[in-house]
Write a protein that binds this ligand. Structure first.
Ligand code: CUA
Length: 184
């Protein structure tokens, strides 16, 4: 109880129980390990996106995305009316967030680099790429430009992981990665 002043005024000179010393050492060592793991993961963990961020007017971003979709549209996604857009390898790809979808659907080639531009035109959303653990906070007025090279063919889901309103749980998108020369 700390209501009364300590009986021994020089409390820090009291001998420390062995078990407590062990636990303090373990906690301290673990803290050190975790600290150096941060540096280790930064270099070897492939956990860092090569991301640039810049300011952009949401209306401008929306217009660029529309132009991009119009130019490189290859088909529609089922009967949803959402275009599937296939940018040239090495080129720019745009995906915008708005309540409540990720637009448009992208089709990328495996092993080819792309500059992926992501921004929001209304509220804060969260770009979460599944099943890959890639997460980006997406704000209106800020554009992420991410250099990516897909390494596996397949269908990737995009979900919103920042609560953005009543349709948040329905806010999904899609990225197809196809073998070079296939798809379309
Ligand atoms: Cu967009 Cu949650």
């Amino acid at each position: 109880m700390a209501i009364f002043p300590p009986q021994t005024r020089i409390w820090w000179n009291e001998p420390v129980a062995k078990a407590e010393l062990v636990w303090i050492s373990v906690a301290f060592l673990w803290g050190l390990i975790m600290f150096f793991m941060m540096i280790y993961w930064h270099i070897y963990g492939q956990q860092n996106l090569s991301t640039q961020v810049g300011r952009i007017d949401p209306a401008v971003f929306e217009q660029r995305t529309n132009e991009f979709a119009e130019k490189f549209r290859i088909r529609d996604e089922g009967d949803t009316g959402v275009p599937v857009v296939r940018p040239p390898p090495g080129g720019d790809a745009y995906m915008l967030a708005r309540t409540f979808d990720w637009w448009p659907v992208l089709e990328l080639e495996k092993g080819k680099p792309y500059k992926l531009h992501i921004s929001s035109v209304d509220l804060q959303h969260g770009f979460s790429l599944l099943p890959i653990n890639m997460n980006i906070q997406v704000h209106p007025g800020l554009e992420h430009i991410i250099t990516i090279t897909p390494t596996e063919a397949g269908t990737y889901g995009v979900v919103c992981n920042e609560y953005c309103g009543l349709g948040h749980h329905q806010m999904t998108g899609r990225i197809y990665v196809v073998e070079p020369g296939q798809g379309g």
